[in-house]
Design a protein around this ligand. Structure first.
Ligand code: GLN
Length: 482
């Protein structure tokens, strides 16, 4: 088997046992990343020099007998909205086309300190706004399973890179589904942790009350290994929780007997038959493994999308006010005075989708409309939280599709933003409630495209999600990849 097809834990074991050096692996994976970039557009930047330098340092430590972490020497990539010191961090936008941050994000540093080897920065929807990875200034990303289809968004590059064997794992960010959706469309595993479990220091903000960083990998075990590294307290992010985290690797026991799974019927409204069939088959499989599966109702789901698009756009309009051409990033070349410079910089630097969100958000926050939109959305947010609390009083896990269809065709939804937004119906509620969610490959549908099963759990229960996904992956092979 070619080494790029191994999992992160498998290649790490080979490096540790000195079957192969970290430097050899890094060189091979850099060439894989370059190939993936050419074929799918999944990468914006490939960081060959950094990768070789980091890999050499790992080899040296191994030669000196140092006991390195479980993912030492493993090549990985980071979504381009997460800061990497002196390495281009564009957010997929012309606005940051030349931005090299003077510091590393918390997660970047943690992974470097654990001996992981950075091979590049992945493509994404501009400022993480989108579900198809078609809004990047650096070009769209193609789904490795079928280049005519989208990879999902906004972490489309991160999911496509893993699916195309162009990285062992990647980091994504998830504000309303951007880890789970591309993971589902590309047939890989991705988890959005509980709000506050992973520091967002160095993550370029989209909607601060919803954003979370999480791993995308080939399977749940790799996700658990990455979570063990990135989930830790950080005093640089005031929303990062100062609590004890479990050892996610230890939670991977292959036993889900008695696990209570709720299946909300509203999440199947409008889903295609192939998706329903795959999800139902996976639920049957979980039942055979000892889980108890019951249908429930979550009627408040109907309001989740509206609340999400108001809250996220409102927060985005505020967060993106900082891009004014003064401090960093793009600045318009020709302008008459200061306000003309602001105006032209923002007109020329932002793409259409970002401008649309800024306008939506500014409108929802304006006096006279604040109560009708923003306040109402926050009230719906409370209702959604309460509805989840009630379900989790009786159940361990909620199961649903990630998306109503398999990956759609590139260009299919670009002219109709509302159509694009409505697809996010199954994923946004987890962010609104701050709870964790995972996408697990569970079958193939139309045109043999991958389908993901979404599992959500109560806050801080990512160990239950990882364990369930792990157990499921012991008896299925939908995650085995291309
Ligand atoms: N698709 C959603 C949006 O466009 C979610 C994006 C995200 O999670 N970053 O806002």
């Amino acid at each position: 088997m070619s080494i790029e097809k191994l999992t992160a834990l498998e290649i790490a074991a080979k490096i540790k046992n000195k079957e192969i050096s970290a430097t050899e692996v890094a060189k091979h994976m850099v060439s894989q990343a370059v190939k993936t970039k050419e074929e799918t557009g999944a990468y914006i930047t490939v960081t060959e020099d950094v990768a070789i330098e980091q890999a050499k340092a790992v080899d040296e430590k191994i030669a000196n007998g140092a006991d390195l972490g479980p993912l030492a020497g493993v090549p990985f990539a980071i979504k381009d909205n997460i800061c990497t010191k002196d390495i281009l961090t564009t957010c997929g936008s012309k606005m940051l086309y030349n931005f090299e941050p003077p510091y590393d994000a918390f997660v970047t540093k943690r992974l470097a300190d654990s001996g992981c080897v950075l091979i590049g920065k992945t493509n994404m929807d501009e400022f993480a706004m989108g579900s198809s990875n078609e809004t990047s200034y650096f070009g769209e990303v193609k789904n490795p399973h079928n280049h005519d289809c989208v990879p999902g968004g906004s972490s489309g590059g991160s999911a496509a890179a893993v699916a195309a064997n162009g990285a062992y794992f990647t980091l994504g960010s998830d504000t309303g589904g951007s880890i789970r959706l591309p993971a589902s469309f590309c047939g890989v595993t991705g988890i959005k942790p509980t709000y506050g479990m992973v520091s967002r220091f160095g993550l370029v903000a989209f909607a601060s009350s919803l954003d979370q960083i999480g791993p995308i990998a080939k399977d749940a075990a790799d996700c658990a290994a990455v979570m063990n590294i990135i989930s830790a307290y950080d005093n640089m992010d005031s929303t990062c929780l100062d609590i004890e985290r479990p050892d996610y690797m230890k939670s991977l026991e292959n036993n889900i007997k008695g696990l209570k799974i709720a299946v909300p019927k509203e999440y199947f409204n409008g889903a295609d038959e192939d998706v329903k069939t795959a999800i139902n088959a996976s639920l049957k499989q979980l039942e055979e493994m000892g889980a108890i599966v019951e249908e429930v109702s979550l009627p408040v789901t109907d309001y989740a999308l509206a609340a999400y698009y108001i809250i996220s756009s409102a927060e985005a309009s505020s967060n993106l006010a900082r891009y004014d051409g003064v401090k960093y990033g793009y600045r318009a070349e020709n302008f008459d005075n200061l306000s003309d410079m602001y105006f032209k910089t923002r007109c020329e630097g932002f793409g259409d989708e970002v401008k649309r969100r800024i306008m939506l958000g500014t409108y929802a926050l304006s006096s006279g409309y604040y109560d009708a939109y923003y306040k109402k959305a926050q009230q719906v947010r409370s209702l959604i939280k309460d509805a989840f609390t009630n379900i989790f009083a009786k159940y361990d896990v909620i199961a649903s599709p990630v998306y109503p269809t398999v990956a759609f065709k590139r260009g299919e939804k670009t002219s109709d933003p509302v159509k694009m937004y409505t697809g996010d119906i199954c994923t946004v509620s987890a962010n609104i409630a701050g709870i964790p969610g995972i996408s697990v490959p569970c079958g193939f549908g139309k045109d043999n495209m991958p389908i993901g099963l979404q599992l959500m759990a109560n806050a801080f229960k990512e160990d239950v999600l990882l364990k369930t996904a792990f157990a499921y992956q012991q008896v299925t092979d939908f995650h085995k990849g291309i």
